[in-house]
Design a protein around this ligand. Structure first.
Ligand SMILES: [Zn+2]
Length: 59
């Protein structure tokens, strides 16, 4: 898995304006020190959400 695009977004310091959001339930999983407000999507530890990521749809 490549994390290159994420690395580019990160700034070394500053406020955590990046929000890592669960694409399934919408929970904020984590915040990241990005250079501007960014929304990043991932999947949280919830079993249902992990299942969703295995069977993901485009809509
Ligand atoms: Zn979730």
């Amino acid at each position: 898995m490549s994390s290159r695009s994420l690395t580019v977004l990160l700034s070394a310091e500053g406020p955590h304006l990046g929000h890592l959001i669960c694409k399934s339930c919408g929970d904020v999983i984590d915040t990241l020190p990005t250079s501007g407000y960014k929304k990043l999507y991932s999947t949280c530890d919830n079993e249902d959400c992990k299942l969703d990521s295995r069977f993901s749809y485009d809509d």
